[in-house]
Design a binder for this molecule. Structure first.
Ligand code: SAM
Length: 250
């Protein structure tokens, strides 16, 4: 009898069985969690702060809104939202308990920290009923999911009518010179910096490889439309290194 072939997906540049990827992603983020925020500052020379602020600018959160930060990790975006809109409530959903634990440590001293709550769970099976949130945001999370369309369907389900999704993610740089420069930096330097600061070169090798495996801004916009989002638009930042996609549930 012939065996049914197992579905595969990418883990960085490797193809792995789809059901094994979540565990591998867990190992990456457990390993880097303690130095995750520091590494973001070092790797991006602080520019990730500007990108995340741009996400919050476009979101324009208001008091009393309920916002879900999917794959929210240490809450870096959630804290920005509650600082911008005191009285908004942000739930950080993440599958990794070590990342959430780091976020909760930050929560103690964070301005507006009492408006942030922390839930461990999977973006592919969001543990909330339908139409609970005014908005969902995802910052640098999408490319880690094994099945992106399922997460988009899930976010569409939990967003209220009239609500929206905003996604910040690395894009595909179109300018060849810029792409070469960026590739040199990310493949030669980032794994080394990761090894120096976290003792874990492999996780940062995965992170830079996974950036190249993101579907690309146009295909991703199509995936959002496929999930039901309307008026899908994207903006490019820093020579196309990152993109923010926006779509509405209307
Ligand atoms: N959003 C944060 C930020 O921008 O700093 C954290 C981004 S971090 C690169 C990616 C996060 O995605 C990790 O915290 C990881 O645990 C989380 N993640 C990966 N797969 C997930 C899944 N299936 N469900 C929920 N979270 C997931």
């Amino acid at each position: 009898m012939s065996e049914i072939p197992r579905k595969t997906t990418h883990f960085g540049y490797r193809n792995v069985p789809e059901d094994e990827k979540p565990e591998m992603v867990q190992e990456v983020f457990s390993s880097v969690s303690r130095r995750y925020d520091l590494m973001n500052d070092v790797m991006s020379l602080g520019v990730h702060r500007i990108w995340k602020d741009a996400l919050v600018d476009w979101l324009a959160p208001r008091s009393r809104q309920r916002i879900l930060d999917v794959a929210g990790g240490t809450g870096d975006v959630a804290f920005r939202i509650v600082r911008r809109a005191p009285g908004a409530n942000v739930t950080v959903l993440d599958s990794n308990e070590d990342m959430l634990a780091e976020g909760q440590k930050r929560n103690v001293n964070a301005e507006g920290g009492e408006s942030v709550s922390w839930v461990q769970g999977d973006a592919m099976a969001i543990p909330f009923p339908d139409r609970q949130f005014d908005a969902c945001v995802v910052s640098f999370g999408i490319r880690n999911f094994s099945r992106i369309p399922e997460t988009l369907d899930e976010m569409f389900r939990v967003i209220k009518m009239g609500g929206r999704l905003l996604v910040l993610e690395f894009g595909q740089i179109r300018n060849p010179g810029m792409r070469q420069l960026y590739d040199n930096y990310s493949f030669r330097l980032i794994p080394r910096i990761g090894e120096f600061l976290t003792g874990d070169r492999d996780s940062y090798q995965y992170l830079v490889e996974s950036i190249r495996k993101f579907p690309g801004q146009d295909r991703f916009a199509g995936m959002m439309q496929q999930a039901g989002f309307q008026n899908v638009k994207y903006r490019s930042f820093t020579f196309g290194i990152v993109f923010i996609h926006s779509g509405w549930k209307i």
